[in-house]
Design a protein around this ligand. Structure first.
Ligand SMILES: Nc1nc(=O)c2c([nH]1)NC[C@@H]1CN(c3ccc(C(=O)N[C@@H](CCC(=O)O)C(=O)O)cc3)CN21
Ligand SMILES: CC(C)C(=O)C(=O)O
Ligand SMILES: [Mg+2]
Length: 281
């Protein structure tokens, strides 16, 4: 295992990485004006790499629906499908704060259902915080969960679980509707969220929210002025093929590398070059 260089993992604490990042470290980073990166992770190997590379917060997203299970949307994925992935990511990490994403249907009924699901994520998943989608309409759920001592990351703007209400994958908060995003941001902060994801909102709106709130904003398609940025890891690393959303930047071509490796393996098996004597007992 490659050990992290001290600066990578200590950037957020200002001290040696002897413990996990806590929510208050992320709030303190905002107070210092330090930006940070979040990625999704759904498995042991990526979680270990991101942890060692100095990513202070990982999200086991309900986007596992798309990126692990192959569903068309995030709507079908269940708590029982997500919890084993949460456990794997927690087991594989030492430094990063692990956030579990509450799936569609597991918190909308009200504070009682939301708290019950959040408790399952903490007890059975072992994560350190939970995330849920919704602004003003979820303030009571956020208050109930944080009231039980569980940190909550909120998620406003474009919320994929409500795509059928929002009319597809669209930017939220253009023109007059900017005030709605502001009202949602105030509501989740007031309810006790420790951070808020802003998905697909105009950069100017994200900038206003970031300036007004004391808690960190985590942008995805929200421009450069949020306190943090999050991407789905397969988008960031180019493992996902096909057209990516405009907010994605590819930092590697894992799909290309894996295709090439796979072809060589298959070729060598067909040609009798693998296994060689060194692979043989
Ligand atoms: N791989 C992956 N990446 C994601 O960012 C992601 C998921 N999966 N699954 C759950 C949600 C769904 N998300 C999505 C999916 C599609 C668009 C999209 O098609 N955006 C277009 C249209 C934007 C517009 O015209 O307003 C784009 O070009 O960005 C955006 C966010 C974000 N999340
Ligand atoms: C894109 C992020 C914010 C998310 O909610 C997910 O991956 O599920
Ligand atoms: Mg999600």
């Amino acid at each position: 295992m490659v050990e992290p260089t001290p600066t990578e993992v200590t950037a957020l604490y200002g001290g040696p990485a002897t413990r996990r990042v806590r929510t208050r470290d992320l709030i303190a980073a905002k107070e210092r004006g330090d930006r940070w990166a979040m990625l999704t992770s759904y498995d042991q190997y990526t979680a270990g790499i991101f942890d060692q590379a100095g990513i202070p917060a990982l999200l086991v997203g309900d986007s596992a629906a798309n990126n692990v299970f192959g569903y068309e949307t995030t709507l079908p994925v269940t708590v029982d499908e997500l919890l084993p992935l949460v456990r794997a990511v927690v087991r594989a990490t030492r430094h990063t704060l692990v956030v579990g994403d509450l799936p569609f249907g597991s918190y909308e009924e009200g504070p009682t259902q939301a708290l019950r699901t959040a408790v399952r994520f903490m007890k059975e998943g072992g994560c350190h915080a939970v995330k849920l989608e919704g602004g003003r309409r979820c303030a009571d759920q956020i208050a109930a969960i944080t009231g039980a001592g569980i940190p909550v990351m909120a998620h406003i703007g474009f919320t994929p679980q409500s795509e059928h209400t929002l009319g597809g994958y669209r930017v939220q908060g253009r023109g007059d509707t900017a005030e709605k995003v502001l009202a949602d941001a105030r509501a989740v902060a007031g309810a006790g969220a420790f951070a808020v994801v802003l998905e697909m909102v105009p950069g100017e709106v994200a900038k206003r929210v970031t300036a007004e709130l004391a808690i960190p904003t985590v942008g995805i398609g929200a421009g450069p002025d949020t306190d943090a940025q999050v991407l789905v890891w397969q988008d960031m690393a180019g493992l996902r093929t096909g057209k990516a959303p405009r907010f994605v930047k590819r930092y590697a071509d894992l799909a290309g590398a894996l295709t090439e490796a796979t072809r060589r393996f298959a070729d060598e098996v067909r040609g009798g070059d693998f296994p060689a004597t060194e692979h043989t007992f």
